[in-house]
Every structure is written in structure tokens, then in C-alpha cells.
Write a protein that binds this ligand. Sequence first.
Ligand SMILES: [Zn+2]
Length: 271
Amino acid sequence: MPELPEMENYKKLLSQLVLDRTISGVKVGREKSINMDPQDFKNELVGRKIIFIERRAKYLIFHLDNGGRLLLHLMLGGMLYFGTDEDKPNRTTQVEIEFEDKTLYFIGLRLGYLHLLSAKQTEEALAGIGPELLDRKMDETKFIKLFVSRRGTLKTALVNQNIASGIGNCYADEIAFAAGLRPDVKLQDLTEEDLAGLYQAVRQVLTDAAEHGGYMEQPLTADDSLTGGFGDLCKVYDREGKACVTCGQPILRTVISSRKVYYCPNCQHGK
Ligand SMILES: [Zn+2]
């Protein structure tokens, strides 16, 4: 599932491609991916412009020039492509937003969705989601407060969107590795120093991954060489049996609360 770095990458690239361009057409291939009658959805969008793209947690919010918002969550298997029918991936699309010569394709929106909402409805939809970890308003003290009095394992806490937003299975494992902590370590056993180290790991991993285009395999456009650049830079995620980049020992895979977890038994420690 795309996480903060993947969505941040989409936001950055799409902001150079679709802003202030008039929407000339809309196609809906799967009614369940949107939140209204397809004809109404089309009528609402055609003639409008996207003036700003915001990312919150694992969501993208497309701000329209009439104050409306398109709220996108890709969930598992969702992806975006911006181009033409000739160069788009050979996949079924659930929604297409046309900008005269180019189209923004929403692919794999089976669990994911694109909802047209008012500003207030968008706010309500996102209520209860934990704070942004790369926001200027976040700092070490606030981060420690989010985690310090909680129970459970590091892995389940990192992916819990009600504590802090944007992290999923991949980056939770990468962050635990960067912090030198086992993903199954209990939060209540971590000291404030451990949590301070975890905060540094969070910032470093998420920033680095976003700058390298995240791990999505499908490029956003025909000439996009940035997206997916972090896929080969993952140090533990999906690397079971491969040598740890730091110590050479094989990476192990286990399961915590029915989530896959990858870690190095030599570089990462419990308490
Ligand atoms: Zn190692």
C-alpha cells in the first residue's frame, strides 16, 4: 500500500502536471470508486480546475477552483498514471480525469476511492488521524508524547494511523531498522532516549524515501524516472534471506499481529 513517501512523490510530480488545467472530461469505470452518481460526478468536475494538491497521511486532496475537494485514498494496489491512451499501463482504470491532451488515470481502485467532497466533509473524513510526522509543527518532544504512554509492539504502533499518520508496513520496518530496534519490542520498554532515536529514524527514512520517489513500481508518466527509486534502497522490507546491508546476516521475516515484518536479528535489538 502506498505510504507517506509514495503519496508525497505523487503530490510533488502531479503539482507540476495538472494544476490550473481545465478538466475536459471524466470517465468512471467503477461506480463504487466514487461517492455519487457518475453523471453527477462528471457534471461537477468538467470545467473545473485543480488549483492545489495537498497530502495528508496516505491521502491526496485535490483542491478544486470552486472550493470542492477530491479525496483520494489508493489503499492496497491503487496507483496513478498521467499520460495518454497510447502510453498508459495496460490495466483497467476505475476513474479517468481528462485535461484535453492528457489524462490522469486512477488504476487499481478496488479498495481505494476518489470522493468528491466539500472542504468541511473532507475535514470530517480525516478527523481522528494522527499528526503528520514531517510537519514543521512536529518535534522530538511532541513525538515522544505520542508514543510514551502506549502499550503494544513498535510495529503495530508505527502503522497505527490514530497515533501518527503516513506509515505502513514497509516504512515501519525500515524505520525500526534505522533505529536499531526490533519491530516486536514493547513500547512500554522503550526509554525516552530510544524514542528520541526513533524520531530521528522516522524523519530520516520518510524524507529519504520521498526524495527518492518512494517504492511504487509504476512510473507516473512515460518519462518519469524518479518514481520507485526507493524500491532498491529498502534495507529490510521484502528482503527475507538476503544479506543485511550493514552486517551481512540474513534478513528474517516474521508476523506481528497478522502483519508481515522484516528485520535484521543482529542489527536490531529488543529490551
Ligand atoms: Zn544487520
